[in-house]
Design a binder for this molecule. Structure first.
Ligand SMILES: NC(=O)c1ccc[n+]([C@@H]2O[C@H](COP(=O)([O-])OP(=O)(O)OC[C@H]3O[C@@H](n4cnc5c(N)ncnc54)[C@H](OP(=O)(O)O)[C@@H]3O)[C@@H](O)[C@H]2O)c1
Length: 325
């Protein structure tokens, strides 16, 4: 499969860098930078971060990686607006139009860039019309500091309202075999409006990593996301059914899961949540996996939506900057 996607000249897969920074800073700085370089070398252009990923640490890491290294090839996507306490916990959201320019100024400094490619509010605030937030980012596009505007984890109606103010290049949504909700309304709406889709949580935040078996699973294992831990047995049975197909196809579960998503359309860019070169390389092999319609049906039947136990990534709503009680 060609490493190209969605009419924007971007790579078929993107790199999500959030996990390269942890609450205290580096996960592994040298390996993280090597992973970003390996991604760019392999033709991956889309590099995803947020100003609140480890309080700016993630942006500084990317800035360091891009210093003198293929900046023109990279397509840098930044989310803004998450409010962090000194201990790293998120306590609110600020997407007021007045503050957009300020957040962008600090982001450009940390990334050591004079423009970013995609700027998007981390979430919307129910007390602020999305048109106002998008209008403020649109001013930054006109001023040359931002190339394109995106949105993340929004509904179809919000997408339409935003698009009426300024063309929305991409919508970033959770999408995996363990969460296919976007197929109901976001995906068709994005397609109707000509907006690309960036998927995150493509390996169900580790559940589809597939490198462990049900018998050996340790619920304290950090690779199992918190939101699946309570229902781990039933969800692992589904992963096991998927692993039988993976064995037949001589690929890993993660490669099969990514190949399934790639089969859903060239306007969908799965993000790889890799923080090591070997993970990146393993995930990129999904581009070579060929799936027939029959394979796709079997994969979806192995993880039927009605059998998925528990929620995935928390869907948080903000009003006046906080989560309403
Ligand atoms: N827009 C949003 O609201 C939003 C929300 C969340 C995340 N994101 C973005 O999406 C990115 C990825 O999200 P995520 O990390 O939550 O989900 P993910 O990509 O579904 O899962 C990451 C997990 O998969 C494992 N993994 C990575 N590559 C693998 C491979 N080749 N084989 C087996 N396992 C592999 C990692 O293992 P290890 O633990 O061993 O590294 C980690 O546990 C983030 O970095 C961030 O940039 C966006």
């Amino acid at each position: 499969m060609e490493n190209q996607t969605n009419g924007m000249g971007l790579s078929r897969l993107g790199l999500g860098c959030g996990r390269m920074s942890n609450a205290t800073g580096d996960a592994d700085r040298k390996e993280s930078i090597a992973t970003i370089h390996a991604a760019l070398d392999a033709g991956i252009s889309f590099i995803n971060t947020a100003d609140f990923y480890s309080s700016g640490h993630n942006e500084m890491l990317i800035g360091e990686a891009l210093k003198g290294y293929r900046r023109e090839q990279a397509y840098i996507s930044v989310k803004f607006g998450g409010l962090l306490a000194p201990n790293g916990s998120m306590y609110g959201l600020d997407v007021r139009p007045l503050t957009v320019k300020n957040y962008l100024t600090y982001t450009l400094k940390r990334l050591n860039l004079d423009y970013i490619d995609l700027y998007q509010p981390a979430r919307i605030d129910l007390s602020i019309p999305v048109e106002e937030t998008i209008g403020a980012i649109s001013d930054m596009v006109k001023a040359g500091y931002v190339r394109h505007i995106g949105l993340t984890q929004v509904g179809a109606e919000t997408l339409r309202k935003a698009q009426a103010i300024h063309p929305i290049a991409m919508v970033e949504s959770e999408y995996s075999l363990f969460n296919r909700k976007i197929e109901q309304d976001i995906l068709p709406t994005a397609r109707e409006l000509g907006i690309g889709v960036v998927a995150f949580g493509t390996l169900a935040h580790g559940l589809l990593g597939g490198n462990w078996s049900k018998n050996k699973v340790d619920v304290n294992n950090t690779r199992i996301p918190l939101y699946f831990k309570e229902n781990i047995d039933s969800n692992l049975s589904l992963v096991e059914a998927l692993s039988e197909i993976a064995i037949e196809k001589q690929v890993t579960v993660s490669q099969l899961a990514l190949a399934w998503m790639l089969s859903k359309g060239e306007d969908i860019m799965p993000q790889i949540g890799a923080r090591r070169v070997n993970q990146l390389q393993e995930s990129m092999k999904s581009l070579e996996v060929k799936l027939s319609d029959h394979d796709i049906k079997r994969i979806e039947e192995a993880i039927p939506e009605h059998a998925i136990a528990g929620g995935s990534f928390p869907e948080i709503h903000f009003k006046n900057g906080v989560i309403p009680r």
